[in-house]
Design a protein around this ligand. Structure first.
Ligand SMILES: [Zn+2]
Length: 163
């Protein structure tokens, strides 16, 4: 028996998407040691939607090489600006900041991202009830990139105002 904190269904879902970067795996494990977490297995949509075990919407969309962390819109925007990470929006109640696995190298950054993940989980707990990984979360799927400076949608990944 390992002492791994990550619940079996999350671990199996991470394997099901082809495995994720070790830094993301340990990020999930750290969060799972601090909060009760779960995820749909099998995962839908090429990512693992990590969310509170009890109730709540998806907090972190774990992909193979990055994780989208669902935060308060202004919080996501300021983190994206400070760090130069991508900002995505899918609805009016969250902004998602895209954390590449490659940045999780220094203790300071790992600590920051762990804090962001815990914020996202706590936000999920306060949000609407999770309605399932397919039809119920359909509206969550439509996410688009936003310029963190101008807070507007970037068509084709380019901000017209920044140009
Ligand atoms: Zn811009």
């Amino acid at each position: 028996m390992s002492a791994r904190a990550t619940p079996d269904e999350i671990q199996a879902a991470l394997v099901a998407i082809g495995g994720v970067a070790p830094a993301l795996e340990s990020l999930v494990e750290t969060a799972a040691a601090l909060r009760g977490l779960t995820a749909d297995n099998p995962p839908a949509g090429g990512y693992v939607g990590v969310r509170p075990a009890l109730n709540g919407t998806i907090s972190v969309y774990v992909n193979r090489q990055f994780a989208d962390v669902a935060l308060e819109p202004e919080r996501a925007r300021s983190v994206a600006l400070q760090r130069g990470w991508k900002l995505l929006r899918s609805n009016s109640v969250t902004g998602r900041v895209r954390v590449p696995a490659a940045v999780l190298t220094s203790p300071e950054t790992i600590e920051l991202v762990t804090k962001l993940v815990l914020e996202a989980i706590d936000k999920s707990l306060d949000g609407p009830r999770y309605e399932g990984g397919t039809a119920g979360s359909h509206s969550e799927e439509r996410s688009y990139e936003v310029c963190p400076v101008h807070n507007e949608e970037m068509l084709g990944g380019v901000c017209e105002k920044c140009e």
